[in-house]
Write a new protein. Structure first.
Length: 177
């Protein structure tokens, strides 16, 4: 659920840790810990905070988008999964979406379209759907269009529905069955 600053202040209380401080704390913990479990947990928390517009300012301030993008070059599937989820959540903000695109985000996200882990592939497809909003068909390479088109006939309904939605939204041809 989206929040307003007055609601957050009421929930936090006079002695509580505010959103800004908590996000800073999570970011610091992620970048300094050596524990994989701690990294996984903090990245999942950061991804969850990325859905709420009240957090966008802090996410930009603490360079959390850069942190998400950096995880896409790691070999840990769980970190990739949470990084893609965070990018998917934050790219609904036009400023963040543009920032991700300027950092080669479309290519970084697209590399996971055919990942064997279903959740990673779905996060990649969903993130691309939101990243390309307003960009037009010109941003999609033929290879990328082909991969997305294949999903429109996928046996898994989650992939198929998202593939069809993607193609319909962007006016792209569907794959032949």
């Amino acid at each position: 659920m989206f929040s307003r600053k007055d609601q957050l202040n009421k929930k936090t209380g006079i002695d509580g840790v505010g959103r800004e401080a908590f996000l800073k704390q999570l970011t610091t913990e992620f970048t300094t810990t050596r524990s994989y479990e701690a990294k996984k947990q903090t990245l999942a928390n950061l991804a969850n905070f990325a859905y709420d517009p009240i957090n966008y300012e802090y996410i930009k301030q603490f360079h959390i988008i850069d942190l998400f993008l950096a995880q896409l070059s790691e070999n840990a599937e769980e970190l990739i999964h949470y990084a893609l989820a965070g990018l998917c959540n934050i790219c609904c903000d036009p400023e963040s979406r543009d920032y991700i695109i300027t950092l080669n985000g479309v290519k970084l996200v697209a590399q996971f379209l055919c990942h064997p882990n279903e959740e990673i592939a779905l996060n990649s497809l969903t993130t691309l759907f939101y990243l390309l909003q307003g960009q037009g068909e010109n941003e999609l390479s033929e290879d990328l269009q082909s991969k997305i088109s294949e999903y429109s006939t996928h046996s898994n309904p989650r992939f198929r529905n998202l593939g069809v939605l993607f193609l319909d939204t962007y006016g792209l041809p569907q794959a032949q069955q």
